[in-house]
Design a protein around this ligand. Sequence first.
Ligand SMILES: Nc1ncnc2c1ncn2[C@@H]1O[C@H](COP(=O)(O)OP(=O)(O)OP(=O)(O)O)[C@@H](O)[C@H]1O
Ligand SMILES: [Mg+2]
Length: 437
Amino acid sequence: MISDFIGIDFGTSNCAVAAWVDNKPTLIVVDENSENPYKIRSAIYLTNDESGTVSNNAQDNQQTLTEMLTSGEILFGEQGFNAFLLTPDEGRYVNSPKNFLGAKIPKRLLDNFEILVIRFLSYLKHCAEKQLNKTITKAVIARPVNYHSTMGELGNQQAEALMLRAAHKVGFEAVEFIHEPLAAAYHFEQSITQSTKAMIVDLGGGTSDVTFCSLSKDKADKLDREEDIFSTQGIRQGGIMSDKDLANGLVSPLFGRGGRTADDRALPNMLFFGAYSIDNMPDMTNFYTPQRAKLITDYIIESADPIPLMRLQRVQKNRLTHQLMHAIELAKINLSDSQQTCLDLCFVEKNLSISMTRDQVSETMTQWLSKMFTMIDGAIKEGNQQPEIIYLTGGMGLSPLVQQALSERYPDVEMNVADAFSSVVLGALLKAKRLYS
Ligand SMILES: Nc1ncnc2c1ncn2[C@@H]1O[C@H](COP(=O)(O)OP(=O)(O)OP(=O)(O)O)[C@@H](O)[C@H]1O
Ligand SMILES: [Mg+2]
């Protein structure tokens, strides 16, 4: 028997879909080009950018983007990312749309993100329908406790309303949401043998969330679990933020940060502002302004060592922020399996690379980790009791630095690290099953 409902994890870095088939959960193939076909990079490449160039008129750009999003060809996931790397000037690359759904941005721009979400959800729905050979009409979509926003709860409402409209437009008749860490909790609950007080920690690309709750085998089919939740917290810092800290700490000196002018003045940090901001459109736009280009050129002339700033100039001129942050993310991921890695920056300058060790990266993560601790401590305090187990999920949970830091901080709590990329979607599916079957 095949369900007509699915669970969707619409993540900042990756999306996943799961369905209920023959009385068990089944992950949907969403990206055949990915190493793990059950997750797809949350990115698209719009290929029919006939203008090729970006106009100075923001309204023209929005209009072009609207047309491309509505009727143009879209390459999703790895295919889109690879096309962008090969021909960055022949289309438009947009990644992590989720970062912008709760943002205080002009309506026109938000409308474009809505069209993008419609196209992405439609792609995911199509993947499920193709694999299952069945029309899917119902979905539970996982959402973060707090979306990226400067508007607080209003930002959450804006984002959820946008997701709901988009889901209805692609043909889902029934749509419900679930907090991402609660979804992970539902999934984890399927595997426990005795009741436990669990701190579910979901460390994603854009947000980090926790749900502190009581889990037990005999409640595992119940829909309403309000009374089992001790506390829920979510912060707008995920893996992308740790990549930015890594860029600022270890990589930035290659681009001149910390350098001095010939007459011994410090180079202003302002030069680098927004250079790594893949998650903040106004900041990234600011980095690419002609004013910034001029400032960098001025300091190249004044600098004691112009070479690093000339690299920054190349990043600016060739709009290399996405490539740079992708390379940095890859280096971070490599360091989860080895003590040392090489960050290859040949796309900035021939033979440019930097070797980095896990220990060095650890130093750039101090602030990031302390925010995670504050969130978890807050959940323990609000829950007014101690957790017995930490269930760690989400991509950043795969980092040995994160695992070790959590073990040291909470030495008496058992740690379970599992299903980094599937626990949220499988939990969303469980809610869908409880709701719709
Ligand atoms: N092996 C690894 N070691 C360290 N970090 C990793 C590893 N694999 C992935 N990551 C990081 O995990 C993050 C992505 O995790 P995940 O796919 O859970 O996020 P997401 O669900 O898309 O985002 P969110 O839940 O915030 O919307 C990225 O920052 C990525 O760099
Ligand atoms: Mg996630």
